[in-house]
Every structure is written in structure tokens, then in C-alpha cells.
Write a new protein. Structure first.
Length: 257
């Protein structure tokens, strides 16, 4: 009897959850069909409301690497001066202009160097059992001046089905070259200002840039690297901790497509 009740409860719960997901997805489709930015904003605000940032007082019992990653990310995302050298990018005018929403990658890789050695960007290119590696799921840093949209289920799937594509290994949505898809991207970008075709024309960039891909710490958490992406380029932001506070030393581009 108990098993039957459980099965009925499970079925009802999942039906309710499914209906909620359908309703939210229908909001996005309806907004597009009506060419309504007001309805799109309603959908985006619902997304933001469902997944608010995880604030500092909610992180106090988490592992040290996670708490430090949040501190790093909030400095990175809340500054308009990454001290980027050797790049013709005006951060204030091009990266942040007109943006109200910030689409944030919500799975962040963390690497910790066991020995106090000189950091090397080539660490990014290989995995090793000697380098502790972690993935922070549901990573939701607090960002000033923007409404945060954390790229996670079910909203990543809403975008996937809305655009008619599929995810690649990094979570980007594959590009299908359909006219309707291009029109939908143009519609979304009137609010997001972030989605554009990849360099090779095979998927859409979804995250607001610059965005964090990986964070590397030394073993005593006094130095850190942030691997970030901006446009068709990737770079490093160097952090150092002084008097228990993280500071940005500089940023540099290390690759481009």
C-alpha cells in the first residue's frame, strides 16, 4: 500500500513539475511570437527569481576552495577594470554597455597546485592526478549592477529547445543555420547582448562576457589565476591575496581563435 501511495505521489509531483516547465517555456515562445520585449523581460525576471545568488552568509560552511572561488569570482565580475594589457578592448563601452542581465556559467572548475611553484598557463591544457581538481556545481556569485541569470537546468534547456539546437561539450548551443534561429537570437539579444556565433560557426556563445572558465589556486590560497573568455579570445587574470583580501594584479590574453 505504501509503495502504491509513493508511486502515485511521485507521478503527481512530476506532472506538476512538467506542467510548470511547459508553462515557462511557453512564456518564451509566446514572447517571441508576439515580438514582445515586455514578455521576454517577464521570462528573464522569472529565471532570475528562481535562482538568486548564493550570498556570503550562506557559504560559511562550504569548503575553503569554494568560498575562495566565490570571492575571486565576485571581484572579477564586479570590476570594470581587469587591467588587461595588450588588447584593443574598451571594457566599459563594449563589454558592459547596455547590459542589464548577466548570463553566468554555473559549473566552475577549480584546480589546486600542491606545491608553491610558479604558475604556468599550460596547466590549463592538461589534467593530472597530482593536481586536485574540483567542479563547483550551482555556482551563483553575487554580481552588482546586473540581474544574474545562472545557466542551469531548466533554463538552459528552454534556450536549447527555443533555438532548436543541442549542447556541445562546453554547454554552448550548436548552430543550425536556420533563419528562424537567427531571428530568435536577435530577439534574445535585445535584452541579453551576449549571444553570438562562434568563430567556427558551429555553436552559439551563451554566457555574458568576460566569463570565468576555470580558477587555479596555489596550496595556501594566496595566489590565483582566473581563466576567462572574451569574444574569440581567452586570457588570464592574476590575483594575489594581501591582508586576507584578493586583489587583481593584471590580466593578459593568451590565445585567440
Amino acid at each position: 500500500m505504501i509503495k502504491i501511495i509513493y508511486i502515485i505521489w511521485y507521478f503527481i509531483f512530476n506532472m506538476l513539475l512538467y506542467n510548470q516547465c511547459v508553462d515557462k517555456y511557453d512564456m518564451l515562445e509566446k514572447a517571441y511570437n508576439n515580438n514582445s520585449q515586455e514578455e521576454l523581460i517577464e521570462f528573464l525576471n522569472l529565471w532570475a527569481k528562481q535562482y538568486p545568488p548564493i550570498l556570503e552568509n550562506e557559504r560559511k560552511d562550504r569548503f575553503k576552495f569554494e568560498k575562495e572561488a566565490y570571492k575571486i569570482a565576485e571581484i572579477f565580475y564586479n570590476t570594470k577594470n581587469l587591467k588587461l594589457k595588450g588588447a584593443k578592448i574598451n571594457w566599459t563601452d563594449t563589454v558592459f554597455a547596455n547590459r542589464k542581465y548577466q548570463v553566468i556559467k554555473s559549473d566552475i572548475e577549480i584546480l589546486i597546485i600542491d606545491i608553491d611553484t610558479k604558475f604556468n598557463y599550460r596547466l590549463y591544457r592538461f589534467q593530472s592526478d597530482n593536481l586536485p581538481n574540483y567542479i563547483i556545481k550551482n555556482f551563483r556569485p553575487d554580481i552588482n549592477n546586473f540581474i544574474e541569470l545562472y545557466y542551469k537546468y531548466p533554463y538552459n534547456y528552454y534556450l536549447k529547445y527555443f533555438l532548436g539546437g543541442d549542447f556541445n561539450k562546453d554547454g554552448f548551443i550548436k548552430f543550425s543555420y536556420k533563419e528562424d534561429e537567427l531571428n530568435k537570437i536577435e530577439f534574445l539579444n535585445k535584452q541579453l547582448y551576449s549571444m553570438y556565433e562562434s568563430h567556427w560557426g558551429v555553436y552559439w556563445h551563451i554566457f555574458s562576457e568576460p566569463y570565468i572558465d576555470k580558477i587555479v589556486f596555489n596550496s595556501d590560497y594566496t595566489r590565483a589565476y582566473v581563466y576567462f573568455r572574451i569574444e574569440y579570445k581567452g586570457g588570464l587574470t592574476y590575483f594575489i591575496k594581501k591582508q586576507d583580501q584578493w586583489e587583481i594584479l593584471k590580466s593578459e590574453l593568451i590565445w585567440m581563435q
